[in-house]
Design a protein around this ligand. Structure first.
Ligand code: BES
Ligand code: MN
Ligand code: ZN
Length: 524
């Protein structure tokens, strides 16, 4: 897909599909018809007045996700015009435009067009005041959505919404709908052109990196093995400004990564420890991203029940988020140093598996009593978190599909956030709002530590049923040392059971936008 921006008139543009994101001007009162903006008179004429009539009739009120497809009367100008509602102007947030982008890509597929034009959110209907709005934040919701944030989100939505995955089909699922090849962002004039083209680039990089993460997560356990993830990371290292190092079991043993190796023991697939370094910040201490890379989680000897076990191929979604974010970061080139760490294993039962009751020694030296081999994510993360100390990072954030309890606590609409440094937690909260990958904090109170006390070792790997997400966070905290650290439990957000405007059923690639947003916010 090629995305560019250009100046042009909505009524004269030659395109099979013109998309207009449309803000509700009449406020939240649903019974009021939307006015026809003055600058759309020509377009209305080209559409034989149907646009104006649809508005007067109240058929299109620009409610969020509402859409209307119109056709031209003559033989010139846009063949089709798709209005997409983004809700009341006063409540406009970037997520509405991300959704509009996804809807546009979906409609393009339905009407089988390979190219489309989208009116830049300020060219008509959309966030018209965007340009005047302040630079700070830009997340919107209070009239503060910037043109930059609006265009970026729109482009993200287009790239994410156009994503399809036919790799394992002998022939494409829908051979008649062409891939979206060309997208033009249409501006009314040259003001803001620089902002728009920069925003297009950022949105495209983020959308593609997220799609890349989705593809890592959707590939099954027999394909996307730890060695495969390492190869994918190394391939990125060849193309981009990333230094990629991969530790094999021999090196892990020398490092003393006893927890990672214990989880890996049950599988014939060798574990990998992937290190990706991006150096944009000179001699400064880096930020560290850590991602859980369990390529398949059967539970091990504490075997999971069969129903739904197949979904545990996405237990490497934290790894996908880190690898995807490192790709985006290397492409955007911020002035900051970043290290991505991915411990990757497969968790299977066998004659070599670790047993419930085993006591293992983590990389930090801490001894762990393994009460449940299905609490494996925290074990591999323990070794990665203490390994990170050698970088003396400014801050460290991990992402993991860590606990089923996170799904129970917050469902599918929020990432669980935990950590000890208020500043870092606040940065992640803001990055969550801006990227549309929102987080919600749970506490890491000392009282919860009790649940992890072992009768025989330094710590045990499960804290029982109460507050399962928090005790997992408390477990990780033991291995962090003095580094400012936060943990993201993405168990509820890494896989979509239902399709959304820019999200088909399947892997979401969550974390790529959040990580990248946070890192860019920390760059100088
Ligand atoms: N990968 C799972 C967590 C998970 C569950 C992710 C559902 C996505 C959807 C993790 O390794 C796990 O099995 N956790 C256990 C921990 C328990 C044994 C303490 C869980 O949540 O049940
Ligand atoms: Mn598990
Ligand atoms: Zn797991």
């Amino acid at each position: 897909m090629k995305i560019t921006s250009r100046v042009g008139s909505l009524s004269e543009i030659e395109t099979p599909l013109l998309v207009i994101p449309w803000c509700q001007e009449s406020g939240v009162e649903e019974e009021v018809a939307e006015p026809l903006p003055e600058n759309l008179g020509d377009l209305d004429a080209a559409l034989g007045g149907t646009l104006g009539r649809a508005l007067t009739a109240g058929d299109f009120r620009a409610k969020k996700r509402q859409s209307l497809l119109l056709y031209r009367m003559g033989t010139q100008g846009p063949q089709r015009v798709l209005l997409i509602g983004v809700g009341p102007r006063a409540a406009l947030v970037a997520e509405r435009l991300r959704e509009a982008g996804g809807q546009a890509a979906g409609r393009a597929r339905e009407v089988a067009v390979a190219e489309l034009c989208v009116a830049a959110p300020d060219a008509a209907g959309g966030a018209r005041e965007a340009r005047e709005a302040g630079e700070a934040g830009g997340a919107g919701g209070d009239g503060s959505l910037t043109l930059e944030a609006a265009v970026r989100a729109l482009v993200e939505g287009l790239v994410l919404g156009a994503w399809r995955f036919d790799e394992f089909r002998s022939s494409p699922e829908s051979p008649d709908s062409p891939a979206l090849e060309k997208v033009e962002i249409l501006m009314a004039d040259r003001a803001g052109q620089g902002v728009v083209s920069a925003a297009v680039q950022v949105g495209e990089v983020l959308g593609r990196a997220q799609n890349f993460a989705r593809e890592l997560a959707v590939r099954p356990g027999n394909v996307a093995t730890p060695a495969y993830l390492a190869e994918q990371a190394q391939a990125l290292g060849k193309d981009l400004d990333l230094e990629v190092t991969v530790l094999t079991p021999h090196a892990m043993r020398e490092e003393g990564m006893g927890a990672l190796l214990a989880v890996a023991a049950g599988s014939d697939e060798e574990p990998r420890f992937i290190v990706m370094e991006y150096k944009g910040g000179g001699k400064e201490a880096p930020l560290v991203l850590v991602g859980k890379g369990v390529t398949f989680d059967s539970g091990g000897l504490s075997l999971k029940p069969p129903a739904g076990m197949e979904s545990m191929k996405y237990d490497m979604s934290g790894a996908a988020a880190v690898i995807g974010a490192m790709k985006a970061i290397a492409e955007l080139g911020p002035k900051v140093n970043v290290v991505g760490l991915v411990p990757s294993v497969e968790n299977l039962p066998s004659a070599h598996s670790m047993r419930p009751g085993d006591i293992i020694r983590a990389h930090s030296g801490t001894t762990i009593e393994v009460l449940n081999t299905d609490a494996e994510g925290r074990l591999i993360l323990a070794d990665a978190l203490s390994y990170a100390a050698r970088y003396e990072p400014k801050a460290m954030v991990d992402a993991a599909t860590l606990t089923g309890a996170a799904v129970i606590a917050l469902g599918h609409h929020a990432i669980v956030l935990m950590g000890t440094e208020p500043d870092l937690l606040e940065q992640l909260q803001e990055a969550g709002e801006r990227s549309g990958e929102r987080v919600w904090q749970l506490p890491l109170w000392e009282e919860y530590r009790e649940q992890l006390k072992s009768d025989i070792a330094d710590i045990k790997n499960t804290g029982g049923r109460p507050a399962g997400t928090i005790t997992a966070g408390m477990f990780l905290r033991e291995f962090v040392g003095s580094i400012p650290w936060a943990h993201l439990d993405i168990a509820g957000t890494a896989w979509a059971n239902e399709a959304g405007p820019y999200q088909p059923k399947g892997p979401t690639g969550v974390g790529v936008r959040l990580f990248t947003e946070w890192v860019i916010g920390r760059a100088s």
